[in-house]
Design a protein around this ligand. Sequence first.
Ligand code: SAH
Length: 463
Amino acid sequence: MQHFPIFMDLAGRRVVLAGGGDAALAKLRLLLKSQARLTVLAPDPAPEIVAWAAHGRLHLVRRTVEPGDALCAALFYAATDDDAEDARVARLARADGALVNMVDNLAGSQFITPAIVDRDPVTIAIGTEGAAPVLARRIKRDLEERLSPTLGTLARVGKGFRHMAERLPFGRARRDFWLAYYDRAGPRAMAEGGEAALRPVLDRLLEEHLSQPDMPGHVAFVGAGPGDPDLLTMKARKALDAADVVVHDRLVPSAILELARREAVMLDVGKEGFGRHTDQGEINDLLVAHVRAGAQVVRLKSGDPAVFGRLEEEVEAIEAAGLDWSVVPGITAASASVAAIGRSLTRRGRNASVRLLTGHDMRGFADHDWAQLARPGEVAAIYMGKRAARFIQGRLLMHGADPETPVSVVENASRSDERRIATTLGRLEPALGEAGLTGPALVLYGFAPRRAAELTIPLQEAL
Ligand code: SAH
């Protein structure tokens, strides 16, 4: 982020703009929304500018910029529609100590003006670092359509009621009150009775919320999916949006964690295959403590919480404490991985069953398990199989599996850095070693990729 967005208090501050043509007009229309003291320097100003000056909305000086014109100015805009003149006035303004913006000149600007969606006091600033003005305009249009024109009124009246809402305890109770106002009661009252109807609705809503008992604590075991935020369920997003506390695993990417409510406490209890991890008992205690304290907890697990996620252990701890819980399923890595290679997990006439295994637990596999899996036509999705690959390969071959059995490995399934490797059981090691996997990877035993040509590591190379 080269440009860091802030909202600047311009009330009563001096803002100077050089220029009297189209560029100046565009900037002035925005600046006139602020409470800044505007000075425009232009030898030949457009009629609109002259009219604004006549109405006392800005101070007009009919000449070009001279040294000292930008003294004590918070901001300075070079908007003369002339590159050389813009450069000259920008230099003078900088020497006067003002922060300078040059219209259509990113490199020469110390700050840039975003596209703005104005629902004062709600203001949305959209910036693309100058990369895509078209995109900024499109986002602005989408937001303009989505946000009711009455939002500003709702927010202004709401702001005047904040001190009253402090009668509700800080935290969830107060938040629920405001959500009820902004999501439902406020817009409805506005539609039916206009601004005058808002205050009575706020009074009534507050009484209702004051008489409600506190909401009890709850933990939702939520599947975060394989990593792509678009693969989250709506329910998962809602849960994140309402969470007081999010307890998550290492595998959940930051793009998903960022969807959690801004005030939510984020706790990383990262567990890595064979490495450092928080003890399961500690995680259970943590969940119980927060739910008992009345928090809405989201226990966020990668993929589906019910697949190699120790779901039941945590549910049992919550139940033993007599607390409330629910499960929000997610897309498991096996689903995302077969999707990546264009296969289905089952297929009529090919395989009617599929095993979900962890490389970890296969170390405890009995001989007959291996013998069964080694039979022709058997398939399996092997989680946490990266380090166990050599061991799995050895055992399967020992129990008579065909070395030509196809194996696909999908690393970072569904993420932008997804990699697909096609190999065979006989070549699984060294293919995995050569690939140098660093992210989570799923071993799909008995699956060849459909779109071989699209493999990240071509078949020929891997073979
Ligand atoms: N509950 C998770 C699995 C947790 S076990 C689920 O349903 O997906 C962790 C293992 O899942 C990793 O070692 C890896 O084998 C697999 N995994 C998780 N995310 C993955 C991804 N994006 N791509 C490939 N494998 C993944």
